[in-house]
Design a protein around this ligand. Structure first.
Ligand SMILES: [Zn+2]
Length: 428
């Protein structure tokens, strides 16, 4: 024990590394700051088993509250914070009419910094402690993002968007310079504290072959960076990608050809896939960022959970704000449940509440290549956690008091919860 060691006694939700939900009605979480300055979980489990071992440690008691891992958002656009809830006739008109004009403003460092601060406040209010984030094509947007994340000591990943064609003035970048800028940003920010760089082609239709090839070369040269893009979100986009890359077997296959599929590669959506695409995801250890509020809002389609499970494709949950309609993990988990239930376009199933929760915490960490780092509250992981008040509203209080099992309790929180549930957020 050191002077920094602290303990929290409350109801405690953790996950095993395999994804099993572990719950203590009377739990203890012991955290302390390690030599590298990062606060980690030193011990966690039932209070009755742990109390004697940590008798000297000061304890904060929250008897009615639930301590749980901080949430991970696998795909979000911080520059789209202000266009959440913008109406459009599907993805491509939405990009043209709202997204690109909003993103143009991020050439201005002061604007980028102001939005980044608001964005991190909003993540915090919702209990999201790690996010894989699009910036814009302007390096200033990346500096604003990482500067603010570093100031707050957060584990965050992001990167400069690459888009050198089929993009309007103001967001379109220039092939060679875009790759030079990306590499300079990798050297500046990647592995600086808890930050990680993501090589970020917007999606295949807005990059030339040369830019995609250059992105793949960067991904090979810096193998522990992330790769972050979109694929197979809506049928018009799939058709366009097939016309632009006629030699590829499928839209997803375009990315393999440029060396953009590997561990820590994350593709948002992955809706209009066949089993060969899913197998390619599995073989390359590439992960899908499932974005259900966005897919329902833009009418893009329904992620096939049965197919993902059957083939063994890595996946986790994401808000995809501004296409997504909420920063709240509870809203995202509920929308994922709706998407899972849909059984007209693909097999419908009922996702267990503990699985939805895993897909937004430890399972998302695993898909992101952050297994053992965050998301489970296992000993040795970073101490990013939330304190939830299950009686935050009258209906929540009534419903959670009736819960007879962990699944019933978690489902009540998912269906009725929002940012009012999140009482405290602790980051390592
Ligand atoms: Zn997106």
């Amino acid at each position: 024990m050191t002077a920094s060691t602290k303990a929290y006694r409350a109801r405690l939700l953790r996950f095993s590394p395999e994804g099993e939900a572990l719950f203590e009605e009377d739990g203890l979480l012991v955290v302390g700051t390690d030599a590298d300055g990062v606060q980690r979980v030193h011990d966690a489990g039932p209070y009755r088993d742990l109390a004697a071992r940590h008798a000297q440690v000061p304890v904060t008691c929250w008897p009615d509250r639930i301590i749980a891992p901080g949430f991970l958002d696998m795909h979000v656009h911080f520059p789209q914070t202000d266009i959440i809830g913008a109406p459009a006739e599907g993805l491509l008109p939405w990009l043209e009419n709202y997204t690109f004009p909003a993103e143009t403003r991020f050439a201005d460092a002061a604007h980028a910094a102001e939005v980044a601060a608001f964005f991190f406040d909003e993540l915090q209010r919702n209990g999201v402690t790690t996010a894989l984030t699009f910036c814009t094509s302007h390096p200033a947007s990346v500096d604003a993002f990482f500067g603010e994340a570093q100031h707050r000591g957060l584990r965050m990943m992001g990167g400069k968007v690459l888009q050198d064609r089929h993009s309007p003035d103001g967001v379109r970048d220039e092939t060679e310079q875009s790759l030079i800028d990306s590499e300079a940003l990798i050297r500046k920010w990647h592995n600086s504290g808890r930050l990680g760089y993501a090589i970020t082609p917007r999606f295949a239709p807005t990059s030339t072959d040369a830019q995609l090839r250059g992105a793949g070369e960067l991904a090979a040269r810096y193998p522990d960076t992330w790769i972050h893009s979109h694929v197979a979100e809506n049928k018009d986009e799939v058709k366009w990608a097939r016309e632009l890359f006629p030699k590829a077997r499928s839209y997803l296959d375009v990315y393999t050809g440029f060396g953009l599929m590997r561990e820590r590669a994350v593709y948002a959506h992955c809706i209009h896939f066949d089993d060969a695409d899913r197998a390619l995801m599995r073989e390359t250890k590439t992960a899908a960022a499932v974005s259900p509020t966005s897919n329902l809002f833009l009418g893009s389609g329904f992620f096939d959970y049965e197919g993902a499970e059957r083939i063994g494709m890595r996946h986790g949950l994401a808000s995809d704000v501004g296409g997504g309609t909420s920063f709240s993990p509870f809203q995202t988990m509920l929308a994922a449940y709706y998407v899972g239930r849909e059984g007209q376009t693909k097999p419908g199933l009922s996702l267990a509440p503990s699985r939805l929760w895993w897909n937004h915490t430890g399972g998302a960490a695993q898909a992101l290549g952050l297994e053992g780092v965050v998301g489970t509250l296992q000993a040795g992981t970073e101490a990013d956690f939330v304190v939830l008040n299950p009686a935050a509203t009258p209906l929540l209080a009534r419903k959670t008091a009736l819960a007879d099992s962990l699944e019933e309790l978690l489902f009540a929180l998912i269906v009725l919860g929002d940012d009012r549930l999140v009482e405290h957020v602790f980051t390592a």
